[in-house]
Design a protein around this ligand. Structure first.
Ligand code: DHB
Length: 394
C-alpha cells in the first residue's frame, strides 16, 4: 500500500499527528504492536497543559475532556510543616492545567480517527523501517499472519521510550543521546477514595517526596518516592497508606484511604536524542525524549512535537516548502530542553537524595520558600507548569 506519512506507534504523539494531518488532508497509516485494548488501558499521568487542552478542543477531540476533565487553578506545596499555594491561573493570565488521564485522551483520539476513516493497525509485529535516507522509505510489518509493505514519503517514529526508530539515526556521526539517571523511582497507586485536598499536592518530607493527585471525585492517583528496586508486590495496602500519610502529616494533611486497584513503579530518567530527524525520518514524543514524571510533561511534549511537525508537513505537502521540516529538530528541541530543565528542577527541589546533608535540606527549604513567596519565582513555576504556548519556544 501507499500513504504519505507512515506513523510508528499509536500513543499520544502518533494518534494526534495522524488526526492533525487528516484535518489538512494528508493521508497516514498508524501501526502499533499493542492491541487497542492494551493502549486504552495503559495507566500514565493525567495532567494536561493549557495548550494541550486548547489543541484537543480546537481540533474537535476535546468534547469529553471539556465535560469530564477537572481544571486546576492552583498547585499546592507541602513542606516545612505547612501547605502553601501557587496560584497558577492568576500568575499566568488564566492558564491552568486540567486533570484528565492520558488513556482517556487516547480513547478519544482512537474513536475520532476511526470515525474519520483513519487507518490504524493494532497488534502488528515484525516492523521494519527501511530507506529513510532515500525519498522512498518503506515500512514492512506482519498483520494477521500476512506481510504488509507500506511505501510512503515520510516515516514518523512515535514508538515511545522503547523506540526502535531512534536507532535508524546513525549514532555518533549523526545522533547524540543525552541521559541522566536518578537514584529513585515513584510508587503509584489508583484508589477508590475521596479526594484529599483541593488541587494537587507536591510534598517534600524527610521520608521523601509524595504527590497527591486525583482522577475524579471517586478515584484518586497518589505517588510516593521509593527505591527503584522496590516491587509493587512488596507493598500491602496498609503499608502504602501509612507511608503516604507519614509524608504529609507534618503539613496537616490527612489522606482518606480506600480500595487500591492499581499499583505500579515508575522509573526515572531524563533523556534527549539529537537530532530528532534523519532524511525522511522524524521522531516525536518519548521516542526522542523522556522526562522524569515530576511535573507531568511527557504527553504535553509529545503534543507540542506533533503540533510543530504537522505544520511542517503541511507546508511540505501543500507548498513543496521544506523549510519548516528542516528546522523541526531545532524548533522542537527548544521546548524539549526547557521541559527537561523544569522536570529536573521540580524533581531535585522535592525529592530526598540518599547522600542528603543538612546543608542540602536547608537549601531545598529556601528554594521552596522562594517558589511560594516570591512573585517572580512563583510565576516562573506557574508558567512552566501550566505550559508555554505552542508557538515556537525561543
Ligand atoms: C500526575 C502525574 C505527575 O507526574 C504529576 O506531576 C502530577 C500529576 C498524575 O498522574 O495525576
Amino acid at each position: 500500500m501507499r500513504t504519505q506519512v507512515a506513523i510508528i506507534g499509536a500513543g499520544p504523539a502518533g494518534l494526534m499527528l495522524s488526526h492533525l494531518l487528516h484535518l489538512r488532508g494528508i493521508d497516514s497509516v498508524v501501526v502499533d504492536v499493542r492491541t487497542r485494548e492494551e493502549i486504552e488501558a495503559t495507566i500514565k499521568a493525567g495532567v494536561l497543559e493549557q495548550s494541550t487542552v486548547d489543541l484537543l478542543q480546537q481540533t474537535g477531540v476535546g468534547e469529553r475532556l471539556g465535560r469530564e476533565g477537572a481544571p486546576h487553578d492552583r498547585i499546592n506545596f507541602a513542606f516545612g510543616g505547612e501547605l502553601r499555594q501557587v496560584d497558577m491561573a492568576e500568575l499566568t493570565g488564566g492558564r491552568r492545567v486540567t486533570v484528565y488521564a492520558q488513556h482517556e485522551v487516547l480513547k478519544d483520539l482512537i474513536a475520532r480517527r476511526l470515525a474519520d476513516g483513519g487507518d490504524l493497525r493494532f497488534g502488528i509485529s515484525g516492523t521494519t523501517v527501511a530507506d529513510v535516507d532515500t525519498d522512498r522509505p518503506t515500512v514492512d510489518f506482519t498483520e494477521h499472519g500476512r506481510r504488509v509493505r507500506v511505501e510512503c514519503d515520510v516515516v514518523v517514529g512515535c514508538d515511545g521510550s522503547r523506540t526502535s526508530t531512534r536507532f535508524l539515526i546513525p549514532e555518533g556521526s549523526v545522533r547524540t543521546d543525552y541521559f541522566r539517571q536518578y537514584p529513585f523511582a515513584w510508587f503509584g497507586i489508583l484508589a477508590e477514595a475521596p479526594p484529599t485536598a483541593e488541587g494537587l499536592v507536591y510534598a517534600r518530607s524527610e521520608r521523601g517526596f509524595a504527590l497527591i493527585s486525583t482522577r475524579s471525585p471517586q478515584v484518586q492517583r497518589l505517588y510516593f518516592q521509593c527505591d527503584p528496586a522496590t516491587s509493587a508486590d512488596d507493598w500491602s495496602d496498609d503499608r502504602i497508606w501509612s507511608e503516604l500519610q507519614a509524608r504529609v502529616t507534618e503539613a496537616g494533611i490527612s489522606v482518606p484511604t480506600g480500595r487500591i486497584f492499581q499499583k505500579d513503579v515508575l522509573h526515572f530518567r531524563s533523556f534527549v536524542c539529537e537530532p530528532m530527524q534523519y532524511g525522511r525520518l522524524f521522531l516525536a514524543g518519548d521516542a526522542a525524549h523522556t522526562v522524569p514524571p515530576t511535573g507531568a510533561k511527557g504527553l504535553n511534549l509529545a503534543m507540542a512535537d506533533v503540533y510543530v511537525l504537522d505544520r511542517a508537513l503541511g507546508a511540505r505537502f501543500a507548498d513543496h516548502d521544506s523549510r519548516l521540516l528542516e528546522s523541526y529538530t531545532e524548533t522542537a528541541l527548544a521546548r524539549v530542553w526547557r521541559a527537561q530543565h523544569f522536570s529536573w528542577w521540580m524533581t531535585s527541589m522535592l525529592h530526598r537524595f540518599s547522600d542528603v546533608t543538612d546543608f542540602d535540606r536547608r537549601r531545598q527549604t529556601a528554594e521552596l520558600e522562594m517558589v511560594v513567596s516570591s512573585p517572580s519565582a512563583s510565576r516562573m513555576l506557574a508558567e512552566n507548569y501550566a505550559g508555554l504556548p505552542l508557538e515556537p519556544v525561543g
